[in-house]
Design a protein around this ligand. Sequence first.
Ligand code: C5P
Length: 228
Amino acid sequence: MIITIDGMIATGKSTIAKKLAKELGYIFFDTGAMYRCFTFLCLKRNVNLEDKAQILEAINHFKFNIKFQHGEKHYLVDSEDVSEIIRGAGVTSLVSQVATIPEVREKLVGIQRQWAVGVNAIFEGRDMGTVVFPKAELKIFLTGRPEVRATRRLAELKTRFPEEMKDLTLDQALEDINRRDVIDSTREISPLKKADDAFAIDTSELTPDEIVMKILECKDSLKGRKSS
Ligand code: C5P
């Protein structure tokens, strides 16, 4: 079974996908990490994002891998562990722009579909239910009030990068998530939007465990739909 979780920034997609995967014994994929890894490669190679030839050259050299260490996923680009740096300000400020490039999406979507063959998996991202896995058995779309999401993102960044983010304010975090959400939901190719057959869950007032419970209820309700 394939379960897709799409939604805006800081709706808890990764946390929820991880918890749900544990609960169900599925594997999970954070597809945003792939876009972040490719953005890292572009920065490393000084790629001019306006230059198609340079982007194609970079995408053809994109060697991406995942390894497990102490139960945590680590992301590798050319065997360099980039798990921390891809969450930092440099990659974050550019990733949504990189994700608008059709050739980049085509390549990464191809990899995502290969990973889905013959497994029970949860894929989280922006276009999982609409474009990558339109036939997924269960689709979830997470939303949340911008102020709540900005508060979550601020706390996450300050914990992960205490020095680099010590002066970051709530207003700046809010501005950043709004900017990226607008790019993600207005881009021409694979914009962030709810699939018609996705269950929408507003996460503003819910804990991660409560969200997982709701998703499990949605999953159970599918059985009812099939048998009726
Ligand atoms: O989920 P995360 O915030 O790490 O994703 C980083 C960026 O990657 C998003 O803002 C979006 O621009 C892009 N992305 C995408 N499609 C996906 C996953 C992420 O365009 N399936």
